[in-house]
Design a protein around this ligand. Structure first.
Ligand SMILES: *[C@@H]1O[C@H](CO)[C@@H](O)[C@H](O)[C@H]1NC(C)=O
Ligand SMILES: *[C@@H]1O[C@H](CO)[C@@H](O)[C@H](O)[C@H]1NC(C)=O
Ligand SMILES: *[C@@H]1O[C@H](CO)[C@@H](O)[C@H](O)[C@H]1NC(C)=O
Ligand SMILES: *[C@@H]1O[C@H](CO)[C@@H](O)[C@H](O)[C@H]1NC(C)=O
Length: 396
């Protein structure tokens, strides 16, 4: 073959592969479809469809398409009851889990840690505009949340997308990422009542290169929690509330070196939440680091603690009492506006052994208790700098 021909072939291939970027791959209907109805699934919400779903997954995961083409597991319209299941990879081709219906968890307790658990998969796409209903109402306030399954969890998943889906009433955490790499999450809606216990929206741990955007999370607990091992995480366009805001931590609970770094939280709105942007660490001897974090373009709408660092985190009584040994450095708050429900709109309580290093730029928060009391900042053990508008007046 002449070099001319080779480059033409290579060029054709690159264009071809370009067309098959993941979203197009699925929309282009080139994927082979594994419809759970063809595996005996029955809609109506009464029959357990776990086996049908697992069988469809197994065939889709085994399917060897042409390079770049993917397999699709399809949940059609209708209510499908599904018990705790694990979807295991690796698969032979990119795989799309398309939920067009409502997948219902079983009511009551179960022994599994997860309801729907995707493991060891490269190029997974979850989409379809369907609903994942965790049926939390059947267990909240009756069963200890630590005994309840995470609704949807991705473990060791890479180069993947989760988009266009809705999760409601998880028994505990709705969506969890553990040991994931390069995952984009967008257009996700998560809702549960404000009073539901321990129902975090999205929890991320030991994961890198994660983008979360254009989503709405109001599930009564943390909208997003970034736990140890979260690195290079970009969050933008999140509507958060009701709940506990976006948190880094809690850190310092284990003797391993807890670390969260390279985090950007941008263009988000918090409504009626107990916190806005929060960093929390236990007051233990366990060392750790939170570094290179930017909170930017954030609107607070009736938020109890808009800007908060709490290095004496103690959700219940009986916590370790000492100084946290988690270092917090290079944290920027920029362009943060709106209304605080507490007088101390900026509240930075850092460790006596390791002061925080923090920068505040253009902070404009209001507080109205009807008595004309001024909005205030409170800081301890902070080495900070402030520039631009500072309402409340900064501590530095
Ligand atoms: C999946 O199966 C259901 C039930 O047979 C059917 O209504 C639906 O059209 C199928 N969807 C596709 C894309 O084949
Ligand atoms: C996050 O944003 C930064 C700055 O825009 C960029 O350099 C980085 O690659 C982004 N990371 C991800 C995972 O999107
Ligand atoms: C926030 O709380 C206020 C006052 O309680 C209420 O009127 C408003 O509807 C709430 N907003 C949202 C988005 O829940
Ligand atoms: C500040 O953030 C808001 C969103 O909260 C955004 O609309 C505005 O453009 C930002 N202003 C600047 C100067 O970046």
């Amino acid at each position: 073959m002449s070099s001319m021909n080779i480059s033409a072939v290579v060029c054709f291939f690159l264009v071809f592969l370009g067309f098959l970027s993941f979203s197009e791959l699925v929309q282009a209907k080139v994927a082979r479809i594994f419809n759970i109805s063809d595996y005996g699934a029955i809609a109506g919400g009464r029959v357990d469809n776990s086996q049908a779903l697992l069988d469809a997954w197994a065939d889709a995961c085994k399917w060897k398409g042409m390079p770049g083409f993917g397999a699709q597991v399809l949940i059609p319209e209708g209510y499908f009851l599904v018990n705790d299941v694990k979807f295991k990879g690796p698969c032979n081709s990119p795989i799309n889990f398309r939920n067009r219906g409502v997948i219902l968890a079983a009511q009551g307790v179960s022994t599994a840690d997860h309801w729907l658990n995707f493991q060891y998969i490269d190029q997974l796409m979850i989409d379809g505009r369907g609903v994942f209903d965790g049926q939390g109402l059947s267990v909240w306030h009756k069963i200890n949340p630590s005994q309840l399954p995470i609704a949807l969890s991705l473990d060791f998943v890479s180069n993947s997308k989760i988009q266009h889906m809705k999760m409601i009433n998880g028994k505990t955490t709705h969506l969890s990422l553990f040991s994931c790499n390069n995952v984009k999450l967008r257009r996700i809606i998560i809702t549960a009542p404000e009073t539901s216990p321990n129902t975090d929206g999205i929890k991320i741990a030991e994961s890198e290169y994660i983008q979360l955007s254009d989503s709405s999370i109001g599930s009564g607990d943390d909208c997003v929690a970034l736990l140890t091992g979260s690195k290079n995480i970009n969050i933008s366009g999140i509507f958060c509330g009701p709940g506990h805001g976006i948190s880094i931590g809690s850190m310092g609970s284990s003797s391993n070196f807890d670390q969260v770094s390279q985090v950007s939280v941008k263009d988000c709105r918090f409504t009626n939440t107990s916190n806005g942007v929060r960093i929390k660490t236990w007051a233990t001897m366990n060392p750790g680091l939170v570094s290179d974090v930017t909170f930017q373009g954030i609107t607070m709408d009736n938020v109890d603690n808009p800007i908060i660092i709490d290095q004496n985190y103690c959700p219940e009584n009986d916590c370790p009492k000492g100084n946290s040994h988690v270092k917090i450095s290079d944290v920027k708050y920029r362009n943060i506006t709106g209304s605080s429900r507490s007088q101390f709109a900026v509240n930075l309580q850092c460790s006596g052994t390791d002061p925080c290093r923090v920068e505040l730029i253009d902070i404009d928060l209001t507080y109205d208790d009807g008595n004309g009391d001024k909005v205030l900042s409170s800081c301890s053990n902070v080495q900070g700098s402030a520039s631009g508008v500072q309402v409340p007046k900064s501590c530095f």
